[in-house]
Structures are given as structure tokens and as C-alpha cells.
Design a binder for this molecule. Structure first.
Ligand SMILES: [Zn+2]
Length: 445
């Protein structure tokens, strides 16, 4: 399966050049050359991609090639918990309450199976790196909180050759006790990537934010907060997060997600807020699927839809990614971990459909989240890792029109997915993990 050398011709690289086709070469899993072609090159065989096992030259026939997609915000541990947890009102409040009650009844194996299934599903659509937030409810005691953490660390290790996973605990949004801070530190020492939380849900958000910054400084790690996920324009914890980011010299290492209240406030107030974000070097993630579903639940018409001011943030220079958030759980009953689907929802929710907008959305699921995750050697450039996806579409517009099921996925010097084989995994070990995680779910229904 492992090929030392591979040459791809007639590749369409919309992130590099929207006019010209390219020839790319890979050796030992790294890009070794990227050359713009003068026109269509006649080399290789017709339908190379259908019979690729023996091929060292593949004619992409103008198909789109992107670096592996990056999902900057998921909840792998909660995915597929909808049946057991439920959310009859469809509100964020009920989702938080119901999950925090249900979590004590989930075994570590069940949580781990959900993580593996959700991660592999994302990979099957082209994602090669994920930042996941993890439930961390100390209210049921340390053992319950650690089940999710241990499950996530085990799953991350089992999947390490397939997908890079970053782990951020959703720290409690109620008053921290000393004992709880000690438990949080213990979890960090087990192998978490950084600290997260949802301080806008706290009665004492500034105090909680301060504690997280102190811990992040101590462990020299990034912060990623669920931030102002509310329709109330007066919910503005991002101000204090920006202030502390500057105080702690953490510019570029703090990410704020959701920012729904930014959409609800006046344009003047929003501009002030965005300027503070720029000053602090904050990065951002919009989660349009979950926000469209959860926000505006208390409005009569017109109903606010919660998606933040994506265009304004982009135009001011805030790096903002778009990501999956929840999949088939009480927070969001839909989703499948497909960043093309999320890109399409983003386009609808933000009125982004021009050729330039569509290319920007491609960056919001590739380069921008890669920057947020701090991935080294990412992207189509000589010397970087050749982790990429080929889509069965020849323009970015067609990509979001077709959401093509057929995607060829390459990572670490070999093919993970070859769609001619009915989307089966091109690796027996992954096939086993995939079917086991799905059958475990069935057994626990
Ligand atoms: Zn989230």
C-alpha cells in the first residue's frame, strides 16, 4: 500500500491558483515539487483514480485537491448520544442540563466508541486534524469526569496514525473550588492539549477566566473558550478574555468560539468588540450548524439565528474558521462531521456565495483552522506533509453544489480512502475500529 513516489497531474488547487492546473510529486509522504502547468497534460491513463493501486502517476483530470481538512471544534465524546440524552425544548440550556445529568451513566467504553466513530466519520469526509472539547463535569466526582478524559486519550492514541486530535476539557462553569482546580490540573497532566470552558454560563465569569489563564500560563498551553453563546447582546465575556490574553502575553494562543452575542448587538458595539479581539490577537471559530439550531429559541419573529458576524470578523482580519461542533447529540441532532456540509451551511448563513467568498470558505476549513490548531508542516508546499483530499468536483462552486461523496484521502504516504471500493477503509485495522465502534453503539442503545 505504501508508495515511495507518487505523481499527480492535472490537479486543481483552488487555494493556490484558481486558473492553472498543477503537477505535484510526493516522496515518502512529503511534497517534493509543485509545478503550474501551461495547460492540460496528457499523461497517465484515463480513469487513473479508479484503478490506482499500482499507479505511480495519477491523472486527476482537473479534480480539486485540498490539504486535509481541519475541524477546529468538535465534541467527539457527545456525538451519537441523542437517543439516550434527548432535548425536547431544543434549547442550549436543556442540552447542557440533560447531558450533565446523563454523563454519569456512560461507561468509558461507550464514550470511547462514540469518539472513535465520530472521528473516523470526519476522516472519511477528508478531515485529518480535529480539536475536540471534552465534557468535564466534576459535579459527579472525579471518577465520572475522568471517564471521558481517559476515553479520549485512549481513542486519540489508537487513531494517531489516522488523524491528529487535540483535547480541550470543558471546565466547569460554576465556582471552582481548590479541589476542583487540582482535579483539572491532574487531567492536564494526563495529556490534554489546552484548557477550555464556557465562562459566559458562569455566575462569576471573570473570576473563572482568570483561573484558566493562570493555569494556561503554568502549563504553557493554549486556551479555547466557548464564548458568548447567547442571543443577549450584553453577554460580553470576550472583553475580559481579550484583556487577559494581553496581560498574559498569550496573543495568538487564545481562541474564542461561537460569539453569538456579537450578532445580536449594534454594529457600533460589534466594531468595538472586534477591535479588542484584533488588539489581543484572538482567533475565532464559528459553529453555524449548532447556532442556527439552538439560538433564537426565545424570540418571536424576526428570530435571531445566532451565527456571528463572520464577514465583519474576516474583513477586519480576525482568523475565523468554521467547524462542526456537535453531531447527533442534544445540542445538535444533525451533522456528519463533513466540513463541506458545514462550509455550505456557513455560506447560506452568512450570505457568502461569490467566487471570492467560496474560496474564503475553503480557507475556513483548511488553512485558517490549521493555524488555530498550530499545525506544523500543513498545506500544499514543498517539504510539507502530503496529507490531502481529492474531491470529485472540478470547481469550488461545484464542490459546494455536489458535496461529492467520492473523496480520495491520502495521509502519511498511503491512501486512507479510495472511493471505488465503496468507501471501505483501505486498511484492515481501521476497518476493524470502524465496524467495532458502530456495533458497540448498537449494543448500547
Ligand atoms: Zn462546542
Amino acid at each position: 500500500m505504501l508508495k515511495q513516489q507518487l505523481k499527480l497531474i492535472n490537479a486543481n488547487l483552488p487555494l493556490l491558483d484558481k486558473e492553472k492546473l498543477c503537477t505535484l510529486t510526493i516522496e515518502n509522504g512529503l511534497w517534493t515539487s509543485i509545478t503550474k502547468q501551461k495547460g492540460y497534460v496528457k499523461e497517465g491513463q484515463a480513469n487513473d483514480l479508479e484503478n490506482m493501486d499500482e499507479a505511480t502517476v495519477l491523472n486527476l483530470e482537473g479534480k480539486i485537491l485540498l490539504p486535509g481538512l481541519v475541524d477546529a471544534h468538535m465534541h467527539l465524546d457527545k456525538a451519537f448520544s441523542l437517543q439516550k440524552v434527548g432535548n425536547s425544548s431544543g434549547t442550549l440550556e436543556e442540552a447542557v442540563e440533560n447531558y450533565s445529568y446523563a454523563v454519569k451513566d456512560f461507561s468509558k467504553q461507550e464514550i470511547k466508541s462514540r469518539i472513535i466513530r465520530a472521528a473516523l466519520m470526519a476522516v472519511s469526509f477528508g478531515t485529518t486534524a480535529i480539536r475536540t472539547h471534552l465534557d468535564f463535569h466534576i459535579r459527579w466526582g472525579k471518577e465520572v469526569a475522568f471517564r471521558t478524559i481517559e476515553a479520549a486519550i485512549e481513542a486519540k492514541n489508537e487513531l494517531k496514525t489516522i488523524v491528529d486530535i487535540q483535547l480541550f476539557p470543558l471546565t466547569p462553569f460554576f465556582h471552582f473550588t481548590e479541589e476542583e482546580i487540582n482535579i483539572l490540573e491532574e487531567a492536564m497532566q494526563m495529556g490534554l492539549t489546552g484548557f477550555g470552558g464556557a465562562p459566559h454560563l458562569s455566575q462569576t465569569p471573570e473570576k473563572d477566566i482568570d483561573i484558566i489563564f493562570r493555569l494556561a500560563e503554568k502549563y504553557d498551553c493554549p486556551i479555547d473558550f466557548h464564548t458568548d453563546e447567547s442571543d443577549d447582546p450584553n453577554v460580553r465575556t470576550v472583553n475580559h478574555i481579550a484583556k487577559r490574553t494581553i496581560d498574559y502575553g498569550m496573543k495568538g494562543r487564545v481562541t474564542v468560539d461561537h460569539l453569538c452575542s456579537l450578532a445580536a448587538m449594534s454594529i457600533e458595539d460589534a466594531e468595538k468588540m472586534i477591535n479588542k479581539m484584533i488588539e489581543a490577537g484572538l482567533k475565532a471559530v464559528t459553529l453555524p450548524g449548532a447556532n442556527l439550531y439552538l439560538q433564537g429559541r426565545h424570540d418571536s419573529f424576526p428570530v435571531r439565528r445566532g451565527v456571528t458576524r463572520v464577514k465583519e470578523l474576516l474583513s477586519k482580519g480576525v482568523p475565523i474558521a468554521t467547524a462542526s461542533d456537535n453531531i447527533h447529540d442534544p445540542f445538535h441532532p444533525f451533522g456528519r462531521g463533513d466540513l463541506l456540509q458545514i462550509g455550505l451551511i456557513t455560506a447560506y448563513a452568512t450570505h457568502m456565495g461569490s467566487p471570492t467568498d467560496i474560496r474564503t470558505i475553503l480557507k475556513m476549513i483548511t488553512e485558517i483552522p490549521a493555524n488555530i490548531l498550530g499545525l506544523n508542516g500543513y498545506g500544499i508546499s514543498v517539504g510539507n506533509k502530503a496529507n490531502f483530499v481529492i474531491f470529485d468536483a472540478i470547481t469550488p462552486e461545484e464542490l459546494f453544489t455536489l458535496l461529492p461523496e467520492r473523496r480520495w484521502i491520502y495521509r502519511n504516504g498511503g491512501w486512507l480512502i479510495v472511493p471505488g471500493k465503496q468507501k471501505s477503509w483501505n486498511n484492515p485495522k481501521i476497518e476493524r475500529l470502524w465496524s467495532h465502534s458502530k456495533s458497540y453503539m448498537t449494543l448500547t442503545l
